[in-house]
Ligand binder design. Structure first.
Ligand SMILES: C[S@@+](CC[C@H](N)C(=O)[O-])C[C@H]1O[C@@H](n2cnc3c(N)ncnc32)[C@H](O)[C@@H]1O
Length: 205
């Protein structure tokens, strides 16, 4: 074999000798790898920005809303206390938006949907939900929350009888313009707060 296309850089002494064509291929592969890494990092950064705690508009995917409504045998919730307004994906007779401040209102109704803002104030929303449910004003409360099983609010929710239903896979929420977002970087769970029947919580539906 001819040896004139074998290149050995002085910096590479000690490494196996490779042909020039192999080196070109290797360099191309390295460049492609660097590009993939840069793209993955940029995507991760974008997803983080989209799902940062400052961001509050994570509209529930309509198919999930529909499946919960179907299971409840209704076409609309009585109330959505944390809402972007009537144009969102959650049909409800009443919506409390940021300007109403759902945390300051009474939550009255047989079927209430809560997908709270996911920032640091989530704990206040969970406590408010528990309070409204225990008062009897809210009969059935369905919460959509991130599956943060180490959070104190999670344990508070379970301690009062919240029934978790872990969702398979990850959701793709909608942004304020109704556009489907990238897959959420966390798992989600529905937690059902149902009425009591005697000492027990009604397991239906
Ligand atoms: C995670 S999004 C859920 C939207 C909608 N409920 C859904 O499930 O698609 C939380 C919503 O709560 C609204 N929000 C934030 N602070 C609020 C407040 N104090 N009172 C009522 N709504 C609020 C946000 O504008 C946002 O639309």
């Amino acid at each position: 074999m001819e040896n004139d296309d074998v290149i050995e850089s002085p910096r590479r002494r000690g490494r196996p000798r490779i042909h020039a064509s192999q080196r070109v291929r290797w360099r191309k592969a390295q460049a492609a790898r660097r590009l993939r890494l840069r793209e993955a990092a940029a995507k991760k950064k974008k997803v983080r920005a989209l799902f940062s705690s400052q961001r509050v508009e994570w509209s529930t995917p309509p198919e999930l809303v529909e499946s919960v409504l179907n299971r409840l045998g209704i076409s609309s919730f009585c109330l959505d206390p944390a809402s972007a307004g009537a144009g969102g994906t959650v049909p409800a007779f009443r919506h409390f938006t940021k300007s109403d401040d759902g945390l300051q209102q009474e939550w009255l109704g047989n079927h209430i949907w809560l997908n709270p803002p996911y920032g640091r104030r989530i704990k206040e929303w969970i406590r408010k939900a528990i309070q409204e449910w225990q008062s009897g004003r809210a009969k059935v409360l369905v919460l959509l929350v991130p599956a943060r099983t180490d959070a104190s609010w999670w344990h508070e929710l379970l301690a009062v009888g919240g029934q978790p239903e872990f969702l398979r896979g990850r959701l793709r929420f909608l942004d304020e313009s109704g556009q489907r977002q990238d897959v959420a970087p966390f798992a989600s769970v529905l937690v059902w707060l149902r009425p009591h029947v005697g000492d027990q919580i009604d397991p239906r539906p």
